[in-house]
Design a protein around this ligand. Structure first.
Ligand SMILES: [Zn+2]
Length: 248
């Protein structure tokens, strides 16, 4: 299929113009015009690009691309090596950041909720990416931690709050520890994100709301994979998800 058709389909489906993001969403590095084989992954690292080259992919779709707001805009060093590999192999790079966190069925937070058995009930926050849902039955915080570990294949860091049973869960994938207080204001008994910062310990203790850091990579594997599967089904493309394992 034509690359431009693929890009406009995803741009529209993920409603990219709705977000004020930290990096451009959509086609970031242009490659060949025709696309048949796509690979998806969390981050456009050199290892990801090399895997895509080995699979002779026409396009890479990721959650974390390039050209972040505060990064050095020069194409030197590590960034030069990554972009040189893409350009010399004529591979397209598409990146979707906040729009992929937010999508109601394919997004990171929708997939994460489904995986944990807590469907999204409402969306919150200025970008609409904080998910809130009710557990089918209340759980002890340790039991919820065990479920997260089992479903994500990785032990989360747990700050247990006041030990109350968890009924209302708020979550936002990735580096969304800054939304912890907003989750408390929404009435959450626990908040789950990928990463943790020092204040979270005190906020959990003083508010009583539990906090889980379940891994940035571990919480953001599912959206891009679901997007790839959707595109494979919709357009008859070949798709492979490449998991470059990352303990962070
Ligand atoms: Zn992220």
């Amino acid at each position: 299929m034509q690359r431009d058709t693929l890009v406009s389909h995803v741009n529209e489906m993920l409603d990219i113009s709705r977000f004020r993001d930290y990096a451009p969403n959509g086609l970031q590095v242009e490659g060949r015009e025709s696309v048949q084989r796509i690979v998806t992954g969390v981050t456009a690292s050199l290892a990801m690009i090399e895997a895509a080259i080995a699979l002779q992919a026409d396009a890479i779709l990721v959650h974390h691309g390039y050209f972040w707001r505060n990064e050095d805009s020069r194409i030197t060093g590590m960034k030069k090596r990554r972009i040189a590999q893409l350009l010399s192999h004529d591979i397209n790079l598409l990146a979707y950041h906040l729009p992929l966190d937010a999508h109601p069925t394919l997004g990171n937070n929708a997939r994460l909720g489904a995986l944990l058995g807590v469907p999204v009930q409402t969306w919150h926050g200025e970008q609409g990416i904080i998910a809130l849902g009710t557990l089918p039955s209340p759980m002890r915080v340790e039991a919820l931690g065990a479920r997260i570990q089992e479903r994500l294949g990785r032990e989360p860091l747990l700050l247990p709050g006041d030990g109350r049973e968890i009924q209302m869960l708020a979550w936002c994938s990735g580096g969304a520890q800054g939304y912890f207080e907003e989750a408390i204001m929404l009435g959450a008994d626990a908040y789950l994100t990928g990463e943790v910062s020092e204040p979270a310990f005190h906020i959990a203790r003083e508010s009583g709301c539990a906090f889980f850091a379940a891994g940035h990579h571990a919480t953001e594997k599912y959206g891009i994979q679901a997007l790839g599967e959707h595109l494979a089904g919709h357009f008859g493309l070949e798709h492979r998800f490449i998991d470059i394992s990352n303990p962070v």
